[in-house]
Design a protein around this ligand. Structure first.
Ligand code: SF4
Ligand SMILES: [Zn+2]
Length: 125
């Protein structure tokens, strides 16, 4: 989490007021105090109990944050999360696989989104 990003859900962030270095050890001179495995230990404990963890992780993936812990996930883990989200997308209209930078789109294209909404209109008419 960074100080200048303030989406609405951040008001509920459990990391508010806690040391930034827990989430951003890369900002310290020594990026690996006590060994890399342990570098996010404090942050992970806080993230695990955070009510906006999902939003936080989505935000980091959408904004391609390469540093720090977000949503309880390390930069390396997030790269895997992003791939999983991209892989998982299948168009709700034409069933084609497609990629989305934010991982929440339901249709592969504007035309598929329009076609799907027309189909819904016909179904309810
Ligand atoms: S998930 Fe972690 S980094 Fe994200 S808002 Fe919550 S405590 Fe902060
Ligand atoms: Zn489609």
């Amino acid at each position: 989490m960074t100080e200048h990003e303030t989406p609405a859900w951040f008001a509920d962030a459990q990391c508010l007021g806690l040391p930034t270095a827990w989430w951003h050890p890369e900002k310290l001179g020594d990026a690996e105090p006590g060994g890399y495995n342990d570098v996010y230990r404090q942050a992970r404990i806080v993230c695990n109990g955070c009510p906006v963890r999902e939003q936080c992780l989505d935000h980091a993936i959408e904004h391609r944050e390469t540093n720090g812990m977000w949503g309880g996930r390390t930069p390396r883990q997030r790269r895997g999360d992003a791939r999983t989200k991209l892989r998982a997308l299948i168009c709700g209209h034409c069933s084609k696989r497609f990629r989305s930078s934010h991982g929440r789109a339901s249709y592969c294209s504007v035309s598929c989104r329009r076609a799907a909404s027309k189909r819904r209109e016909r179904a309810t008419a």
